[in-house]
Design a protein around this ligand. Structure first.
Ligand SMILES: C[S@@+](CC[C@H](N)C(=O)[O-])C[C@H]1O[C@@H](n2cnc3c(N)ncnc32)[C@H](O)[C@@H]1O
Length: 213
């Protein structure tokens, strides 16, 4: 199968489950102190009023919104038109666009930072260089990427994701895989932090990987 077969499965899955995802996750930052502190520190590393891409922003756009409230400019992108429609309605002050992570319609050196929470997960590992090299291309020199994924060993199709009866590819990662992925795509100063799941989350650790262009 080609890359586009997998991204199309992600689009169908998220067009289908966008409302449900939004209902469940739009307020999650209130309960995730680790994420708030992590993003506070991330924001402090950036120039004031940075331009940040929320890559795979989902229907709530709430992670970009957290950084918007800290004074940054946000461009949220997602492959699912339904997610983008809900994200626009929910955050009228933010800028959103339908876009594939592997074909970002931005010039080289556009962004001060990219955040990507749980969105590279739907692409088989053999195609992930297409996305990470694109992140590298659109970041400014010394720009920072933050990628968050779930920890584990998985790289296969899930036929019943979210009980939706729709196939989608799903990956879990190890810390060394994430580090390698960024280093292979020319990022430097790659750092990893892993946290335990909250009791209301799916019961696997979360890996936070940052790298500098
Ligand atoms: C689990 S949701 C995460 C949404 C948001 N980042 C969050 O943490 O709540 C994954 C999102 O990634 C998007 N996505 C998956 N593959 C994508 C791709 N190839 N290009 C753009 N968006 C993609 C999906 O449509 C979905 O909205």
């Amino acid at each position: 199968m080609r890359y586009s077969d997998y991204s199309e499965m992600a689009r169908i899955t998220y067009d289908n489950s966008a409302e449900k995802y939004h209902k469940n996750f739009k307020n999650e930052m209130e309960e995730k102190e680790f994420d708030r502190l992590f993003l506070d520190n991330f924001s402090d590393l950036l120039p004031k009023h940075s331009l940040i891409c929320d890559a795979g922003c989902g229907p709530s756009g709430h992670i970009g919104k957290y950084l918007f409230d800290k004074g940054h400019k946000i461009k949220g992108i997602d492959i699912s038109p339904k997610c983008i429609q809900i994200a626009r309605d929910y955050n009228p002050e933010l800028d959103f666009e339908v876009m594939d992570l592997s074909k970002m319609n931005f010039a080289d050196n556009s962004f001060d930072a990219i955040i990507s929470f749980y969105s590279i997960t739907y692409t088989p590992k053999k195609y992930l260089d297409l996305i990470i090299s694109e992140f590298h291309r659109v970041l400014k020199p010394n720009g920072i990427v933050l990628i968050v994924v779930k920890k584990g060993c998985l790289d296969s199709i899930d036929n019943n994701y979210w009980d939706e009866d729709k196939p989608v590819h799903y990956c879990l990662f190890q810390e060394d895989e994430m580090k390698e992925l960024l280093l292979m795509n020319k990022f430097k100063s790659v750092t990893i932090e892993t946290r335990l799941p909250y009791d209301f989350e799916f019961n696997v650790d979360r890996i936070y990987t940052t790298g500098i262009k």
